[in-house]
Design a protein around this ligand. Structure first.
Ligand SMILES: [Zn+2]
Length: 95
C-alpha cells in the first residue's frame, strides 16, 4: 500500500460496475499529490483515489483508482472525454 495517497469521499458510481473491461496489465500511476506507484499498490483500498490518468495526457487528476471489494481488485476510471478508455473502467488483470 502507498502510505501518502490522498483519499476521497466520492461515492463509487454504479457505472464502475456496469462497464468491465477484460483486464489490463499493471501500470504506473501518479497520485494527485504527485507520488508515483503501481496500480497494483492500490489493491485493498476502500474508497476511490484521485490520480492522473495513465491512459491519456492528463494535466489534471481526472481519473480515479476504484476498488472492487467483492473480488479484492482495483481499476482505473477516467472521467475525461478525451481519453482512450471511453469512460470504461479498466480493471487490473488478476495475476
Ligand atoms: Zn484518461
Amino acid at each position: 500500500m502507498i502510505q501518502s495517497i490522498e483519499r476521497t469521499s466520492a461515492p463509487v458510481r454504479s457505472a464502475y460496475k456496469q462497464k468491465i473491461s477484460a483486464g489490463i496489465e499493471d501500470v504506473p500511476v501518479k497520485a494527485k499529490n504527485g507520488s508515483m506507484g503501481m496500480l497494483s499498490d492500490y489493491v485493498g483500498i476502500t474508497e476511490t483515489v484521485p490520480i492522473f490518468c495513465p491512459f491519456h495526457d492528463d494535466r489534471n487528476p481526472s481519473a480515479f483508482v476504484v476498488p472492487n471489494k467483492e473480488i479484492n481488485n482495483v481499476g482505473v476510471h477516467c472521467s475525461s472525454s478525451n481519453c482512450s478508455t471511453g469512460g470504461v473502467t479498466q480493471w487490473l488483470k488478476k495475476l
